[in-house]
Design a protein around this ligand. Structure first.
Ligand SMILES: [Zn+2]
Length: 257
């Protein structure tokens, strides 16, 4: 076995040396099932669907159930096509050419230009447009063309029907950070802003668990200027500008407070 493995490796190297290396593609966002944490939905793909790689999601009595953002991004369409096609639909631009579509909604909960994170409710399952019964028509697209959908990086079932369980916006999606103040203890506030009462301090270098993040007073700290505040406990917030999280903005997967 060992010899065979080595010979395969050498063969791979030789082949690799002949081929022209492909330019690396931009990393896709980590898309999650477009329903709240813990829910299970039946997702169907079929070759006769338009576009072909779309997924129709259903569960029992799903009319009016919330539909949530698959990944962070900016809402760039909130459109009502009336009794045709998608009917009421939302599109999110995730950057890097990636977008997602949520169609046949019975109502909207977001507006164009709004920034959304995982688990943000976009609207509710409906049967608008060219739909014959309540369901969510969902698409992932790259540079405008529909692509086979992935959830947490795993390819959806093509073709057929499969149950998908959501981990989108689960509270276990907490984040971590390290307080960096260059020495001084960081003030903990009762809310997301410098106007809230001081309820203690955390020492420079403290590792914190971030349950959720929200927008508050703009603070300039070690990592620049930011209006993001991190909730590190019940009624305990610290300015994200002093916390190293590995991300310039909101931490992917960490919910909004
Ligand atoms: Zn569909």
């Amino acid at each position: 076995m060992r010899k065979r493995w080595i010979s395969l490796l050498v063969t791979g190297l030789l082949v690799g040396g002949v081929l022209t290396p492909a330019s690396p593609a931009l990393a896709a966002p980590t898309f999650k099932v477009p329903f709240p944490c813990g829910q299970s939905w039946s997702g169907q793909t079929r070759t006769g669907h338009s576009p072909a790689n779309a997924i129709d999601f259903n569960r029992t009595d799903d009319l009016g159930d919330p539909v949530v953002a698959s990944a962070p991004g900016t809402v760039d369409r909130v459109t009502d096509l009336g009794g045709t096609s998608y009917g009421k639909y939302v599109r999110i631009n995730h950057g890097g050419g990636y977008s997602t579509y949520y169609a046949h909604l019975n109502g909207f909960n977001v507006s164009v230009g709004q920034t959304v994170g995982y688990g943000k409710v976009l609207g509710w399952v409906g049967s608008t447009g060219g739909s014959t019964g309540p369901h969510l028509h969902y698409e992932q697209r790259l540079n405008g063309g529909d692509i086979q959908a992935r959830f947490n990086g795993a390819l959806a079932l093509y073709w057929g029907t499969k149950t998908y369980t959501s981990d989108n916006g689960c509270s276990s999606g907490s984040g971590n950070g390290t307080v960096d103040t260059s020495g001084t203890a960081l003030t903990v506030r009762s809310g997301p802003g410098t106007g809230y009462a001081s309820v203690g301090t955390v020492a420079d270098g403290t590792r914190v668990t971030i349950a959720c993040q929200t927008s508050g007073t703009t603070v300039t700290g070690t990592y620049g200027t930011s209006s993001i505040w991190d909730r590190i406990g019940s009624g305990r917030f610290i300015a994200d500008a002093y916390v190293y999280t590995g991300h310039d903005g909101y931490i992917p997967g960490v919910p909004r407070c």
